[in-house]
Write a protein that binds this ligand. Structure first.
Ligand code: ATP
Ligand code: MG
Length: 561
């Protein structure tokens, strides 16, 4: 490549990185690495000349030019890093997706995966994204969850173009059911449950299939709970047991949070799932793989109804080792008070993760990195932590926290006021700490020290351990940083008490762990009390913590190392 071209590319790259203004020195580094034989002074003159021109371009033009000349040099924005694979049968501007939560609990990280996949695809194809509440089982739904689920989606940064409740379409569902029965595609079955199970198992037709008449449909609405159901005339001898005349409607006598006692006949997932996807215009509905067997029912039903068939897509359910990623598993833990509530930091609920200090952006990156493969697998939570750490590390202010503190008296210690950087590389300011001869260091470090050992009180000075009793005694041995000296965080007498809740796995090999929320007590440097509620800081040699301030005082939640 011609030298001028290389310089131009690197100048463009550097300009884009620094708001449109390239720096000659940075470009020189790249050029010298690639052309080591060049005379640096001459190269710099050339670079300055080219940069002068590059810097006159707008940021947009710089990006465009680099995109053309060397797209590999364009740094992708965080949000663009993981792009989802192209969808089949997708046209720009006409993709419609939906996220269909049931308002029966708080959303968890598995829902975040589904919601992000739906939302990102709609965005990718400049289409539409629908939030649909699948609220057709009055026994399960609660009014509070419509709002809290929306709150959680907003926290994730997900926005929807349309929102509706499936329960508001019941009148239309009844019309469609009537049509099915009229056209001999469905029937009213009055067999007892046991009988239904038997004929299903044997794969033989239910006698109601023949007997049922259209007038039974009107009567259906007057029948008692459990006395009758509407079934699809599918295929009782199918090898796919889901096709053996699945239930479409059943009677539930329980007030619905929105409609009260207005309706008694409620559609099943087989019915409303397919019907709603179709009539709301969804082109690419995603379902988790566990419904795979029901896909045949989905298409068969839409055929019977003469409705449009969407491109049904499937991906694996997200599971995380040691965590209950399912409302069904989370709810009993809360009901039995085995955890503190929906926002317990050990739970994979979005409320729990938020409380634990996992950022919504990290959740997004994590779930999208899982992709839409159908292969079932259980990932470990440290993947979520890794995404979170990457975002937090450059922005979290550092502090000293001393877990299980042990007193250390240092003789000949000079009285000092040290200025300590709040971050080793980012510009987050400094804090001042006044020291005397009394310090506290962590118990684990104290345990590992022997008399005669020299260690460094981090960012302060070196100490030689002279005696170990209930408290430690040491002697000041100078301020110079020495290689291979252990650095230990410390606090002075001027500290605050801080207890930190440390969550770990709720389940190990499916066995519930009652002691999975450990309380670590310690001292933190006083400056930490000025940190606002909910802020995240990094306690050196300990980990990232989220500060929680309540009327009861201040505590920390351990996020990760
Ligand atoms: P849960 O057991 O948590 O109640 P669900 O599937 O019954 O799970 P819904 O509220 O009905 O919960 O689900 C809404 C959407 O979220 C569905 O499309 C469902 O497939 C998806 N979803 C739920 N859990 C997960 C998960 N663990 N991984 C991926 N997607 C999920
Ligand atoms: Mg459900």
């Amino acid at each position: 490549m011609i030298l001028e071209d290389a310089v131009r590319r690197y100048s463009l790259q550097n300009a884009i990185k620094f708001d449109g203004k390239a720096q000659p020195k940075a470009v020189l580094g790249k050029i010298m690495a690639e052309y080591p034989e060049l005379n640096a002074r001459e190269a710099l003159i050339l670079i300055q000349k080219i940069i002068e021109d590059v810097n006159t371009l707008s940021l947009d033009d710089q990006r465009k030019e680099l995109e053309e000349k060397a797209p590999e040099l364009l740094e992708k924005k965080v949000g663009e890093k993981k792009s989802l694979p192209d969808l089949l049968h997708a046209r720009m501007g006409s993709v419609i997706t939906r996220f269909p939560p049931e308002p029966n609990g708080y959303l968890h990280i598995g829902h975040a995966k589904a919601a992000f996949v739906d939302y990102e695809y709609a965005k990718k194809y400049k289409g539409r994204f629908i939030l649909r509440f699948d609220d057709t089982n009055p026994l399960n739904e609660s009014i509070e969850f419509y709002e809290t689920q929306k709150e959680d989606l907003k926290w994730l940064g997900i926005e929807w173009d349309q929102e509706y409740r499936t329960s508001d379409h019941l009148a239309q569902h009844y019309e469609l059911a009537e049509k099915l029965i009229k056209n001999n595609h469905a029937y009213i079955c009055t067999c007892p449950e046991k009988k239904i199970r038997e004929t299903r198992k044997k794969g033989v037709n239910c006698p109601c299939r023949k007997k049922s008449t259209f007038s039974d449909w009107k009567e259906f609405f007057t029948m008692g709970e459990g006395d009758a159901i509407v079934r699809l005339k599918a295929d009782m001898s199918s090898v796919n047991t889901a096709m053996r005349d699945p239930i479409l409607f059943r009677i539930i006598d329980y007030p619905h949070p929105i409609h009260g006692t207005k309706y008694r006949a409620w559609p099943t997932y087989d019915f409303y799932g397919a019907v709603e996807d179709s009539i709301s215009g969804v082109t690419h509905p995603f379902r988790t793989k566990e419904y795979e067997l029901r896909d045949e029912v989905y298409f068969f039903l839409l055929d019977c109804l003469g409705l449009r068939k969407p491109h049904l897509m499937e991906f694996a359910r997200l599971s995380i080792v040691g965590m209950p990623v399912s409302k069904r598993k989370i709810k009993p833990l809360i009901d039995q008070k085995l955890v503190m509530g929906w926002d317990d930091p050990r739970l994979p609920t979005l409320k729990g993760l938020q409380r634990r200090g996992i950022l919504s952006e990290a959740i997004r990156e994590f779930v999208l990195s899982q992709g839409i493969s159908k292969a079932e697998s259980s990932v470990t939570f440290d993947q979520v932590e890794a995404h979170n750490r990457k975002i937090l590390d450059p922005v979290a202010q550092r502090f000293f926290f001393v877990p299980n503190p042990v007193q250390l008296e240092v003789s000949k210690a000079p009285k000092k006021t040290v200025s300590i950087k709040n971050h080793p590389s980012s510009d987050l300011g400094m804090r001042k700490i006044r020291t005397s001869s009394t310090f506290f260091i962590p118990q684990t470090d104290a345990d590992n020290l022997k008399t005669g050992d020299i260690f460094r009180l981090k960012d302060l000075f070196n100490v030689a351990l002279t005696e170990k009793k209930d408290i430690l005694y040491g002697e000041f041995t100078g301020g110079n940083v020495m290689p291979n000296t252990k650095k230990i965080q410390w606090v002075t007498n001027n500290h605050v008490y801080l207890s930190i809740l440390k969550p770990s796995s709720l389940f190990i090999n499916d066995v519930f762990q009652p002691h999975s929320l450990e309380k670590i007590r310690g001292y933190a440097e006083r400056a930490i009390s000025d940190i606002p509620n909910q802020a995240i800081v990094q306690c050196e040699r300990f980990g990232f913590i989220k500060i929680e301030k309540t009327s009861a005082g201040m505590q920390g939640i351990f996020i990760h190392k």
